[in-house]
Design a protein around this ligand. Structure first.
Ligand SMILES: Nc1ncnc2c1ncn2[C@@H]1O[C@H](COP(=O)(O)OP(=O)(O)OP(=O)(O)O)[C@@H](O)[C@H]1O
Ligand SMILES: [Mg+2]
Length: 396
């Protein structure tokens, strides 16, 4: 039986990890290393060295880094994981110290799968100790949601950013938003983020290393990640649909939900995204020109075999002024309307302030509608996982 050591973790946390990885997991208090990292490491007999050491935020970062450095210098085969906000600075320092992963929480699916892999490839000494909880393979199936519309200014970015907040409220740190409006993306602006890296870095380096790709993401205070658009509209003009699909596949390995905001119409980037999309969100306003264009877009995607089975129609700027009823809209689209987003003067204020309505408002018709959309997506994800027999720990 292999051993995973959780330093600075509680018994309860160790049991949750044990349930996730199906191997013996032992919790040690943070104080075990705080004062004398060196002697802790050297004091361990070689046949008791754990295969995996997880360092929780209960250990100050400088101590965790020093400890990691000492452990990996002494035993490079030990897989050390830091639990910390994985921003670029932290990830780089952790990598330099020899850590194998930086995860936002003990439930992080990518971290757990790395730990499982490590333990599988290096079975520890056979000591006959039972696993704390019966081993159950735990995994997740990533869900990619692409928000599209043939028209500009209809609320694609408002929908995708608010949806990301709603999904992150259920699955913190398991959501990434990609600004695939390659020329004039404004996700960073409406979320008030100042990214130090953008999509251009992700495409330029073809970062196959998941740790490196993580360093290009910007963390939003509402507990999700953003792959922001480049500053220059020309930065990604050579990007192909194949590159886009490959990038999204890499993000799918790390995140439970990948939410993609797109430019108006169907450019190469959007087509590449749709190749690897589970849920398409079609945004329309209540005017005939936009509704007709959405219908044509749906027909074209059907012909191209790029229309995901799971579709959600969002009718934005919904109000009675348009002279159309939802029934008329559905007849025109040939599809049922799933979510009505009411016109509200708070929406442009939210975009200008850089604080999504899902963050600034607890209730109200707009927030309720976004939550409905998130629930539909969440339920479909659950249904698929249920069918595939997947199970994972939920964040309490
Ligand atoms: N329900 C709404 N009520 C009022 N204003 C809204 C609503 N939804 C979006 N808006 C506002 O409309 C403008 C355009 O919205 P948004 O940027 O989300 O559209 P878009 O489809 O992403 O546009 P683009 O095609 O330019 O990327 C923004 O100022 C936004 O705040
Ligand atoms: Mg937009």
């Amino acid at each position: 039986m292999s051993t995973c050591l959780v330093i600075g973790g509680t018994e309860d946390e160790a049991q949750r990890i044990a349930a996730a990885i199906g191997q013996r997991t032992v919790a040690l208090p943070a104080e075990s290393i705080v004062s004398e990292a060196a002697s802790f490491v050297r004091g361990i007999s070689p046949d008791q060295v754990p295969e995996v050491i997880v360092l929780t935020p209960a250990i100050p970062m400088d101590v965790a880094l020093e400890f990691t450095q000492q452990v990996t210098a002494f035993r490079p085969d030990v897989h050390v994981v830091l639990i910390a906000t994985p921003d670029r600075g932290v990830v780089l320092e952790a990598m330099r110290a020899g850590a194998r992963d930086v995860a936002a929480g003990l439930d992080d699916p990518v971290m757990l799968s790395g730990v499982r892999e490590r333990l599988r490839s290096r079975p520890g000494p056979e000591d006959g100790s039972p696993a704390i909880v019966a081993p159950t393979p735990v995994d997740f199936r990533s869900r990619t949601i692409t928000v599209v519309s043939p028209k500009g200014g209809v609320g694609k970015t408002s929908t995708s950013t608010n949806l990301a907040v709603a999904l992150a409220q259920r699955s913190p740190m398991e959501v990434v938003v990609v600004d695939l409006d390659l020329q004039f993306g404004d996700v960073a602006t409406v979320l008030d983020l100042k990214p130090s890296h953008t999509l251009a870095d992700a495409f330029a380096t073809e970062a196959t290393d998941s740790l490196l790709l993580k360093t290009y993401l910007t963390v939003h205070p509402s507990n999700f990640f953003v792959l922001c658009g480049a500053d220059s509209p020309a930065a990604n003009d050579q990007v192909t649909s194949v590159q886009v699909a490959a990038l999204i596949r890499r993000l799918q390995q790390q995140f439970r939900y990948v939410v993609i905001d797109t430019a108006a119409g169907l450019d190469d980037a959007t087509l590449g995204a749709l190749e690897v999309t589970d849920d398409v969100v079609l945004v329309s306003t209540m005017d005939i020109a936009c509704l007709r264009a959405v219908r044509k877009e749906v027909e074209l995607l059907g012909e191209l075999e790029l229309l995901p089975a799971s579709r959600h129609v969002v009718l934005n700027f919904a109000d009675k002024q348009s002279g159309l009823r939802v029934k008329d809209v559905e007849a025109m689209l040939g599809l049922p309307v799933d979510v009505l987003l009411p016109r509200t003067k708070d929406a442009p204020v939210a975009s200008n302030r850089g604080v999504p309505l899902m963050v600034s408002q607890k209730s109200g018709p707009f927030v309720k509608s976004v939550r409905t959309l998130a629930t539909k997506i969440f339920d479909r994800a659950r249904a698929v996982e249920g069918r595939q027999g997947h199970r994972r720990l939920d964040v309490a």
